[in-house]
Design a protein around this ligand. Structure first.
Ligand SMILES: CC(C)[C@H](C(=O)O)[C@@H](O)C(=O)O
Ligand code: SF4
Length: 476
Protein backbone atom coordinates (compact mmCIF):
# COMPACT_ATOMS: atom_id res chain seq x y z
CA UNK A 1 0.00 0.00 0.00
CA UNK A 2 1.19 3.51 -0.74
CA UNK A 3 2.13 5.99 1.92
CA UNK A 4 0.94 9.50 2.69
CA UNK A 5 3.34 12.44 2.64
CA UNK A 6 3.31 12.53 6.45
CA UNK A 7 4.17 8.83 6.63
CA UNK A 8 7.06 9.24 4.20
CA UNK A 9 8.62 12.10 6.12
CA UNK A 10 8.04 10.29 9.40
CA UNK A 11 9.63 7.04 8.20
CA UNK A 12 12.67 8.93 6.92
CA UNK A 13 13.34 10.25 10.43
CA UNK A 14 12.87 7.24 12.70
CA UNK A 15 16.06 6.69 14.71
CA UNK A 16 14.62 3.96 16.89
CA UNK A 17 11.36 2.04 16.82
CA UNK A 18 10.24 -0.44 19.47
CA UNK A 19 6.97 -2.24 20.09
CA UNK A 20 4.70 -0.36 22.48
CA UNK A 21 6.92 2.74 22.53
CA UNK A 22 6.72 6.03 20.67
CA UNK A 23 9.12 6.32 17.73
CA UNK A 24 12.29 8.28 18.31
CA UNK A 25 12.56 10.88 15.54
CA UNK A 26 15.58 12.80 14.34
CA UNK A 27 14.92 16.56 14.25
CA UNK A 28 16.32 18.52 11.30
CA UNK A 29 15.62 22.03 12.56
CA UNK A 30 15.04 23.37 16.06
CA UNK A 31 13.79 26.94 16.40
CA UNK A 32 13.87 28.79 19.71
CA UNK A 33 12.32 31.96 21.13
CA UNK A 34 12.42 33.71 24.47
CA UNK A 35 9.16 32.45 25.97
CA UNK A 36 9.58 28.67 26.02
CA UNK A 37 13.35 28.23 26.18
CA UNK A 38 14.52 29.48 29.63
CA UNK A 39 13.67 26.33 31.62
CA UNK A 40 15.03 24.14 28.83
CA UNK A 41 18.42 25.84 29.06
CA UNK A 42 18.23 25.67 32.87
CA UNK A 43 17.70 21.93 32.55
CA UNK A 44 20.78 21.55 30.36
CA UNK A 45 22.83 23.57 32.79
CA UNK A 46 21.68 21.56 35.80
CA UNK A 47 22.55 18.29 34.12
CA UNK A 48 25.85 19.49 32.70
CA UNK A 49 24.69 18.97 29.11
CA UNK A 50 25.48 20.90 25.94
CA UNK A 51 23.46 21.58 22.80
CA UNK A 52 23.91 18.51 20.63
CA UNK A 53 23.56 20.12 17.19
CA UNK A 54 24.27 23.83 17.19
CA UNK A 55 24.17 23.72 13.39
CA UNK A 56 20.48 22.75 13.47
CA UNK A 57 19.46 25.17 16.21
CA UNK A 58 18.59 28.84 15.84
CA UNK A 59 16.91 31.43 18.05
CA UNK A 60 15.11 34.70 17.49
CA UNK A 61 13.37 37.28 19.67
CA UNK A 62 9.73 37.88 18.89
CA UNK A 63 7.05 37.66 21.58
CA UNK A 64 8.38 40.26 23.98
CA UNK A 65 10.02 42.65 21.56
CA UNK A 66 8.71 46.20 21.45
CA UNK A 67 7.63 47.53 18.06
CA UNK A 68 8.52 51.15 18.83
CA UNK A 69 11.80 52.71 19.99
CA UNK A 70 13.72 49.49 19.48
CA UNK A 71 17.02 51.33 19.83
CA UNK A 72 16.17 52.29 23.44
CA UNK A 73 16.40 50.04 26.51
CA UNK A 74 13.28 47.86 26.80
CA UNK A 75 10.91 49.63 29.18
CA UNK A 76 8.76 46.68 30.25
CA UNK A 77 10.73 44.82 32.97
CA UNK A 78 9.21 41.39 32.25
CA UNK A 79 10.03 41.63 28.55
CA UNK A 80 13.52 42.90 29.31
CA UNK A 81 14.32 39.94 31.57
CA UNK A 82 12.86 37.50 29.07
CA UNK A 83 15.04 38.82 26.23
CA UNK A 84 18.15 39.16 28.38
CA UNK A 85 17.74 35.56 29.48
CA UNK A 86 17.59 34.32 25.89
CA UNK A 87 20.69 36.36 25.01
CA UNK A 88 22.58 34.98 27.99
CA UNK A 89 21.55 31.39 27.24
CA UNK A 90 22.43 31.62 23.57
CA UNK A 91 25.82 33.15 24.36
CA UNK A 92 26.60 30.51 26.97
CA UNK A 93 25.57 27.53 24.83
CA UNK A 94 26.76 28.93 21.50
CA UNK A 95 23.33 29.11 19.85
CA UNK A 96 22.91 31.41 16.84
CA UNK A 97 20.55 34.22 17.85
CA UNK A 98 18.91 36.98 15.88
CA UNK A 99 18.16 39.60 18.53
CA UNK A 100 16.02 42.71 18.33
CA UNK A 101 17.63 45.12 15.88
CA UNK A 102 19.19 42.33 13.80
CA UNK A 103 18.13 42.21 10.16
CA UNK A 104 17.08 38.55 10.52
CA UNK A 105 15.03 39.10 13.69
CA UNK A 106 11.32 38.45 13.57
CA UNK A 107 8.56 36.02 14.41
CA UNK A 108 10.21 32.62 14.50
CA UNK A 109 7.82 31.14 11.91
CA UNK A 110 8.53 33.94 9.47
CA UNK A 111 12.30 33.82 9.98
CA UNK A 112 12.85 30.06 9.37
CA UNK A 113 11.25 30.01 5.91
CA UNK A 114 12.69 33.33 4.81
CA UNK A 115 16.23 32.15 5.55
CA UNK A 116 15.59 28.95 3.60
CA UNK A 117 16.13 26.95 6.80
CA UNK A 118 12.71 25.32 6.51
CA UNK A 119 12.80 22.83 3.66
CA UNK A 120 10.65 20.02 2.26
CA UNK A 121 10.87 16.68 4.01
CA UNK A 122 12.30 18.09 7.22
CA UNK A 123 11.22 17.56 10.80
CA UNK A 124 10.97 21.00 12.38
CA UNK A 125 10.18 21.69 16.02
CA UNK A 126 9.84 24.77 18.20
CA UNK A 127 8.40 25.43 21.63
CA UNK A 128 5.48 27.15 19.99
CA UNK A 129 2.15 25.86 18.78
CA UNK A 130 2.25 27.67 15.43
CA UNK A 131 5.29 25.67 14.33
CA UNK A 132 2.72 23.97 12.08
CA UNK A 133 3.42 26.90 9.71
CA UNK A 134 6.58 25.19 8.42
CA UNK A 135 4.56 22.22 7.14
CA UNK A 136 3.70 24.43 4.16
CA UNK A 137 7.04 23.30 2.70
CA UNK A 138 6.10 19.63 2.92
CA UNK A 139 7.82 18.72 6.16
CA UNK A 140 6.56 17.59 9.54
CA UNK A 141 6.56 20.58 11.88
CA UNK A 142 5.44 20.23 15.47
CA UNK A 143 4.93 22.63 18.33
CA UNK A 144 6.50 21.15 21.47
CA UNK A 145 6.56 21.85 25.21
CA UNK A 146 9.49 23.19 27.21
CA UNK A 147 10.63 19.77 28.49
CA UNK A 148 10.68 18.54 24.88
CA UNK A 149 12.70 21.64 23.92
CA UNK A 150 15.28 20.52 26.47
CA UNK A 151 15.22 16.97 25.06
CA UNK A 152 15.81 18.21 21.51
CA UNK A 153 18.54 20.62 22.61
CA UNK A 154 20.35 17.75 24.35
CA UNK A 155 19.82 14.95 21.82
CA UNK A 156 18.45 16.38 18.52
CA UNK A 157 15.77 13.69 18.76
CA UNK A 158 12.25 13.49 20.10
CA UNK A 159 10.08 10.52 21.08
CA UNK A 160 6.69 10.87 19.39
CA UNK A 161 3.58 8.79 18.96
CA UNK A 162 2.70 8.30 15.31
CA UNK A 163 -0.18 10.60 14.42
CA UNK A 164 -3.16 9.72 12.24
CA UNK A 165 -3.51 11.40 8.86
CA UNK A 166 -6.38 13.48 7.50
CA UNK A 167 -6.65 14.79 3.95
CA UNK A 168 -8.28 18.16 3.51
CA UNK A 169 -9.05 18.31 -0.18
CA UNK A 170 -10.01 21.70 -1.55
CA UNK A 171 -11.54 21.27 -5.01
CA UNK A 172 -11.82 24.00 -7.62
CA UNK A 173 -10.51 27.54 -7.48
CA UNK A 174 -10.95 30.15 -4.77
CA UNK A 175 -13.29 32.87 -6.04
CA UNK A 176 -11.88 36.37 -6.63
CA UNK A 177 -11.38 38.16 -3.32
CA UNK A 178 -11.25 34.95 -1.25
CA UNK A 179 -7.91 34.34 0.45
CA UNK A 180 -6.05 31.56 2.23
CA UNK A 181 -7.15 33.08 5.55
CA UNK A 182 -10.81 32.84 4.56
CA UNK A 183 -10.25 29.24 3.53
CA UNK A 184 -8.59 28.14 6.77
CA UNK A 185 -11.16 29.97 8.91
CA UNK A 186 -13.91 28.19 6.95
CA UNK A 187 -12.15 24.83 7.40
CA UNK A 188 -11.86 25.32 11.16
CA UNK A 189 -15.50 26.43 11.40
CA UNK A 190 -16.44 23.24 9.55
CA UNK A 191 -14.35 20.66 11.43
CA UNK A 192 -14.25 22.49 14.77
CA UNK A 193 -11.38 23.42 17.07
CA UNK A 194 -11.07 19.75 18.05
CA UNK A 195 -11.69 18.33 14.57
CA UNK A 196 -8.02 17.78 13.80
CA UNK A 197 -7.10 16.25 17.15
CA UNK A 198 -4.57 13.43 16.80
CA UNK A 199 -4.12 14.05 13.07
CA UNK A 200 -1.59 15.53 10.74
CA UNK A 201 -3.63 17.42 8.15
CA UNK A 202 -2.52 17.31 4.54
CA UNK A 203 -4.07 20.11 2.49
CA UNK A 204 -4.36 19.23 -1.17
CA UNK A 205 -6.43 19.82 -4.27
CA UNK A 206 -6.51 22.41 -7.02
CA UNK A 207 -7.11 25.41 -4.77
CA UNK A 208 -4.13 24.51 -2.58
CA UNK A 209 -1.82 23.90 -5.53
CA UNK A 210 -2.58 27.38 -6.83
CA UNK A 211 -1.60 29.09 -3.56
CA UNK A 212 1.66 31.00 -3.08
CA UNK A 213 4.04 29.88 -0.32
CA UNK A 214 2.89 32.78 1.86
CA UNK A 215 -0.71 31.65 1.52
CA UNK A 216 0.23 28.02 2.19
CA UNK A 217 1.97 29.14 5.37
CA UNK A 218 -1.19 30.96 6.47
CA UNK A 219 -3.15 27.71 6.04
CA UNK A 220 -0.65 25.43 7.80
CA UNK A 221 -0.14 28.01 10.56
CA UNK A 222 -3.73 27.64 11.71
CA UNK A 223 -3.84 23.82 11.61
CA UNK A 224 -3.21 23.91 15.32
CA UNK A 225 -6.41 25.94 15.77
CA UNK A 226 -8.28 22.89 14.48
CA UNK A 227 -6.50 20.89 17.19
CA UNK A 228 -4.21 19.09 14.71
CA UNK A 229 -0.69 17.88 15.50
CA UNK A 230 0.56 19.47 12.29
CA UNK A 231 -0.46 20.61 8.82
CA UNK A 232 1.37 20.03 5.59
CA UNK A 233 1.29 20.62 1.85
CA UNK A 234 3.23 18.58 -0.71
CA UNK A 235 6.16 20.54 -2.15
CA UNK A 236 5.97 21.53 -5.81
CA UNK A 237 7.43 24.06 -8.26
CA UNK A 238 6.01 26.92 -6.16
CA UNK A 239 7.92 25.60 -3.15
CA UNK A 240 11.17 25.14 -5.08
CA UNK A 241 10.93 28.61 -6.65
CA UNK A 242 10.41 30.18 -3.20
CA UNK A 243 13.44 28.37 -1.76
CA UNK A 244 15.94 28.72 -4.58
CA UNK A 245 18.70 31.19 -3.74
CA UNK A 246 17.72 31.68 -0.08
CA UNK A 247 20.70 31.83 2.31
CA UNK A 248 20.31 28.26 3.64
CA UNK A 249 18.88 26.58 0.57
CA UNK A 250 21.16 23.97 -1.03
CA UNK A 251 23.17 25.18 -4.02
CA UNK A 252 24.51 23.77 -7.28
CA UNK A 253 24.55 19.97 -7.41
CA UNK A 254 23.18 19.80 -3.87
CA UNK A 255 20.17 21.81 -5.04
CA UNK A 256 19.50 19.39 -7.91
CA UNK A 257 19.80 16.39 -5.60
CA UNK A 258 17.52 18.04 -3.05
CA UNK A 259 14.87 18.85 -5.65
CA UNK A 260 15.00 15.26 -6.92
CA UNK A 261 14.29 14.01 -3.39
CA UNK A 262 11.67 16.68 -2.70
CA UNK A 263 9.76 15.60 -5.81
CA UNK A 264 9.18 12.20 -4.19
CA UNK A 265 7.48 13.88 -1.26
CA UNK A 266 3.82 13.49 -2.06
CA UNK A 267 1.12 11.12 -0.96
CA UNK A 268 0.98 8.05 -3.22
CA UNK A 269 -2.16 7.61 -5.34
CA UNK A 270 -3.13 4.55 -3.31
CA UNK A 271 -2.18 6.00 0.09
CA UNK A 272 -4.95 5.74 2.65
CA UNK A 273 -5.77 8.59 5.00
CA UNK A 274 -7.50 7.90 8.30
CA UNK A 275 -10.01 10.63 7.47
CA UNK A 276 -10.85 13.04 4.67
CA UNK A 277 -12.70 16.35 4.48
CA UNK A 278 -13.68 17.79 1.10
CA UNK A 279 -14.23 21.50 0.55
CA UNK A 280 -15.57 23.14 -2.60
CA UNK A 281 -13.57 26.34 -3.06
CA UNK A 282 -16.25 27.95 -5.21
CA UNK A 283 -18.63 28.02 -2.24
CA UNK A 284 -16.33 30.20 -0.12
CA UNK A 285 -16.43 33.95 0.53
CA UNK A 286 -14.59 36.28 2.96
CA UNK A 287 -14.81 34.76 6.42
CA UNK A 288 -14.55 36.36 9.87
CA UNK A 289 -14.91 35.17 13.45
CA UNK A 290 -17.62 36.40 15.78
CA UNK A 291 -16.70 34.37 18.87
CA UNK A 292 -13.87 33.56 21.22
CA UNK A 293 -12.34 30.58 19.49
CA UNK A 294 -11.14 30.34 15.88
CA UNK A 295 -13.92 27.87 15.03
CA UNK A 296 -16.61 30.42 15.82
CA UNK A 297 -16.61 32.04 12.42
CA UNK A 298 -18.99 32.72 9.56
CA UNK A 299 -19.05 34.33 6.13
CA UNK A 300 -18.83 38.11 6.43
CA UNK A 301 -22.18 38.33 4.63
CA UNK A 302 -23.86 36.35 7.44
CA UNK A 303 -25.16 37.43 10.84
CA UNK A 304 -24.07 36.63 14.36
CA UNK A 305 -25.59 33.18 14.98
CA UNK A 306 -28.32 32.54 17.52
CA UNK A 307 -26.91 30.24 20.21
CA UNK A 308 -30.33 28.54 20.33
CA UNK A 309 -29.69 27.26 16.80
CA UNK A 310 -26.95 24.90 18.03
CA UNK A 311 -28.13 21.36 18.68
CA UNK A 312 -25.06 20.46 20.69
CA UNK A 313 -25.47 21.73 24.26
CA UNK A 314 -21.80 22.55 24.82
CA UNK A 315 -21.59 24.45 21.53
CA UNK A 316 -24.74 26.36 22.49
CA UNK A 317 -23.26 27.32 25.83
CA UNK A 318 -19.96 28.30 24.22
CA UNK A 319 -21.80 30.53 21.74
CA UNK A 320 -23.83 32.17 24.53
CA UNK A 321 -20.68 32.89 26.51
CA UNK A 322 -18.87 34.14 23.42
CA UNK A 323 -21.64 36.59 22.50
CA UNK A 324 -21.66 37.93 26.02
CA UNK A 325 -17.90 38.43 26.10
CA UNK A 326 -17.87 39.88 22.59
CA UNK A 327 -20.77 42.22 23.33
CA UNK A 328 -22.74 41.00 20.32
CA UNK A 329 -26.43 40.26 19.66
CA UNK A 330 -27.67 37.14 17.88
CA UNK A 331 -28.90 38.07 14.41
CA UNK A 332 -26.76 41.19 14.13
CA UNK A 333 -25.20 41.38 10.64
CA UNK A 334 -21.45 40.80 10.91
CA UNK A 335 -20.91 43.83 8.68
CA UNK A 336 -22.57 46.04 11.32
CA UNK A 337 -19.83 45.33 13.87
CA UNK A 338 -17.72 48.44 14.46
CA UNK A 339 -14.08 48.11 15.47
CA UNK A 340 -11.70 50.59 17.06
CA UNK A 341 -8.47 48.75 16.28
CA UNK A 342 -7.09 46.95 13.24
CA UNK A 343 -3.99 44.77 13.49
CA UNK A 344 -2.13 43.54 10.43
CA UNK A 345 0.73 41.23 11.33
CA UNK A 346 1.65 37.92 13.06
CA UNK A 347 3.03 34.61 11.77
CA UNK A 348 -0.35 34.00 10.14
CA UNK A 349 -0.50 37.13 7.99
CA UNK A 350 2.60 39.24 8.57
CA UNK A 351 4.51 38.29 5.42
CA UNK A 352 5.25 40.55 2.48
CA UNK A 353 2.33 39.34 0.40
CA UNK A 354 -0.04 40.17 3.28
CA UNK A 355 1.36 43.67 3.63
CA UNK A 356 1.12 44.20 -0.11
CA UNK A 357 -2.52 43.11 -0.09
CA UNK A 358 -3.39 45.47 2.76
CA UNK A 359 -1.46 48.36 1.19
CA UNK A 360 -3.15 47.90 -2.17
CA UNK A 361 -6.52 48.47 -0.51
CA UNK A 362 -5.35 51.36 1.65
CA UNK A 363 -3.60 53.22 -1.17
CA UNK A 364 -5.22 56.64 -1.58
CA UNK A 365 -7.67 55.96 1.25
CA UNK A 366 -7.81 56.88 4.92
CA UNK A 367 -8.26 54.84 8.05
CA UNK A 368 -11.65 55.81 9.51
CA UNK A 369 -11.81 58.42 12.26
CA UNK A 370 -11.48 56.83 15.69
CA UNK A 371 -9.85 53.67 14.32
CA UNK A 372 -6.27 52.84 15.21
CA UNK A 373 -4.46 50.63 12.73
CA UNK A 374 -1.18 48.88 13.49
CA UNK A 375 0.89 47.31 10.72
CA UNK A 376 3.62 45.07 12.09
CA UNK A 377 5.83 43.15 9.66
CA UNK A 378 6.41 39.52 10.63
CA UNK A 379 10.16 40.01 10.44
CA UNK A 380 12.68 42.82 10.08
CA UNK A 381 13.39 41.57 6.54
CA UNK A 382 9.72 41.76 5.63
CA UNK A 383 9.78 45.29 7.03
CA UNK A 384 12.76 46.24 4.87
CA UNK A 385 11.17 44.72 1.79
CA UNK A 386 7.95 46.63 2.49
CA UNK A 387 9.91 49.88 2.84
CA UNK A 388 11.77 49.23 -0.41
CA UNK A 389 8.37 48.90 -2.11
CA UNK A 390 7.05 52.06 -0.45
CA UNK A 391 4.35 50.18 1.46
CA UNK A 392 5.26 51.94 4.73
CA UNK A 393 4.46 55.25 3.06
CA UNK A 394 1.08 53.94 1.90
CA UNK A 395 0.26 52.83 5.44
CA UNK A 396 1.42 56.07 7.05
CA UNK A 397 -0.39 58.25 4.50
CA UNK A 398 -3.57 56.30 5.21
CA UNK A 399 -3.15 57.07 8.92
CA UNK A 400 -1.93 53.63 10.05
CA UNK A 401 1.01 53.09 12.40
CA UNK A 402 4.02 51.39 10.81
CA UNK A 403 5.93 49.40 13.42
CA UNK A 404 8.96 47.16 13.89
CA UNK A 405 8.76 43.38 13.58
CA UNK A 406 7.50 40.98 16.23
CA UNK A 407 4.44 39.14 17.55
CA UNK A 408 3.05 42.43 18.82
CA UNK A 409 -0.71 42.58 19.22
CA UNK A 410 -1.16 38.97 18.16
CA UNK A 411 -0.92 38.19 21.85
CA UNK A 412 0.04 41.44 23.56
CA UNK A 413 3.13 40.26 25.43
CA UNK A 414 4.58 43.68 24.65
CA UNK A 415 2.86 47.09 25.05
CA UNK A 416 0.75 46.57 21.88
CA UNK A 417 -2.54 45.68 23.51
CA UNK A 418 -6.26 46.30 23.41
CA UNK A 419 -7.79 48.16 26.36
CA UNK A 420 -10.75 46.50 28.13
CA UNK A 421 -13.80 46.52 25.85
CA UNK A 422 -11.84 47.50 22.75
CA UNK A 423 -12.61 45.55 19.59
CA UNK A 424 -10.16 44.59 16.88
CA UNK A 425 -10.14 43.16 13.41
CA UNK A 426 -6.93 41.17 13.50
CA UNK A 427 -5.04 39.13 10.92
CA UNK A 428 -3.65 36.87 13.67
CA UNK A 429 -4.82 33.36 14.56
CA UNK A 430 -6.42 33.37 18.01
CA UNK A 431 -9.45 35.26 19.28
CA UNK A 432 -9.38 33.88 22.82
CA UNK A 433 -10.74 36.02 25.65
CA UNK A 434 -8.17 38.60 26.67
CA UNK A 435 -5.52 37.44 24.21
CA UNK A 436 -4.87 40.90 22.77
CA UNK A 437 -5.31 42.60 26.14
CA UNK A 438 -7.57 42.07 29.15
CA UNK A 439 -11.20 42.50 28.12
CA UNK A 440 -10.19 43.01 24.47
CA UNK A 441 -12.44 41.56 21.75
CA UNK A 442 -10.90 40.04 18.63
CA UNK A 443 -12.33 39.27 15.20
CA UNK A 444 -10.00 37.19 13.05
CA UNK A 445 -9.85 38.36 9.44
CA UNK A 446 -7.69 38.32 6.31
CA UNK A 447 -5.34 41.25 5.54
CA UNK A 448 -7.77 42.37 2.83
CA UNK A 449 -10.72 42.41 5.21
CA UNK A 450 -8.54 44.11 7.82
CA UNK A 451 -7.69 46.95 5.43
CA UNK A 452 -11.27 47.43 4.22
CA UNK A 453 -12.46 47.35 7.83
CA UNK A 454 -9.94 50.01 8.79
CA UNK A 455 -11.32 52.33 6.11
CA UNK A 456 -15.01 51.77 6.79
CA UNK A 457 -14.75 51.35 10.57
CA UNK A 458 -16.87 48.19 10.55
CA UNK A 459 -16.15 44.62 9.43
CA UNK A 460 -16.03 44.85 5.65
CA UNK A 461 -14.48 43.32 2.55
CA UNK A 462 -12.72 45.14 -0.30
CA UNK A 463 -15.91 44.60 -2.34
CA UNK A 464 -17.87 46.55 0.30
CA UNK A 465 -15.30 49.30 0.00
CA UNK A 466 -15.73 49.47 -3.77
CA UNK A 467 -19.52 49.63 -3.29
CA UNK A 468 -19.12 52.45 -0.74
CA UNK A 469 -16.82 54.32 -3.15
CA UNK A 470 -19.47 54.03 -5.88
CA UNK A 471 -22.05 55.57 -3.54
CA UNK A 472 -19.73 58.44 -2.61
CA UNK A 473 -18.04 59.87 -5.69
CA UNK A 474 -14.51 61.18 -5.07
CA UNK A 475 -14.41 64.75 -3.81
CA UNK A 476 -17.87 64.66 -2.25
C1 LIG B 1 4.07 31.94 23.71
C2 LIG B 1 3.90 30.71 22.89
C3 LIG B 1 4.23 29.52 23.72
C4 LIG B 1 2.53 30.64 22.23
C5 LIG B 1 2.31 29.40 21.39
O1 LIG B 1 2.72 28.29 21.72
O2 LIG B 1 1.68 29.44 20.38
C6 LIG B 1 2.32 31.87 21.34
O3 LIG B 1 3.19 31.92 20.29
C7 LIG B 1 0.90 31.93 20.88
O4 LIG B 1 0.69 32.17 19.70
O5 LIG B 1 -0.01 31.75 21.70
S1 SF4 C 1 2.84 35.93 15.96
FE1 SF4 C 1 1.28 35.24 17.39
S2 SF4 C 1 0.83 33.16 16.86
FE2 SF4 C 1 2.76 33.68 15.89
S3 SF4 C 1 4.31 32.98 17.32
FE3 SF4 C 1 3.88 35.14 17.76
S4 SF4 C 1 2.30 35.09 19.34
FE4 SF4 C 1 2.37 33.05 18.46
Amino acid sequence: MGRTLAEKVWDDHVVRRAEGEPDLLFIDLHLLHEVTSPQAFDGLRKNGRTVRRLDLTIATEDHNTPTLDIDKPIADPVSRVQLETLRKNCAEFGVRLHPLGDVEQGVVHVVGPQLGLTQPGMTVVCGDSHTSTHGAFGGLAFGIGTSQVEHVLATQTLPMARPKTMAITVNGELPEGVTAKDLILAIIAKIGTGGGQGYVLEYRGEAIEKLSMEARMTICNMSIEAGARAGMIAPDETTFAYLEGRPHAPQGEDWDAAVAYWKTLKSDEDAEFDAEVVIEAAELSPFVTWGTNPGQGAPLSASVPDPASYEDASERLAAEKALEYMGLEAGQPLRSINVDTVFVGSCTNGRIEDLRAAAEILKGRKVADGVRMLVVPGSARVGLQAVSEGLDVVFKEAGAEWRHAGCSMCLGMNPDQLAPGERSASTSNRNFEGRQGKGGRTHLVSPQVAAATAVLGHLASPADLAAADARTPAGV
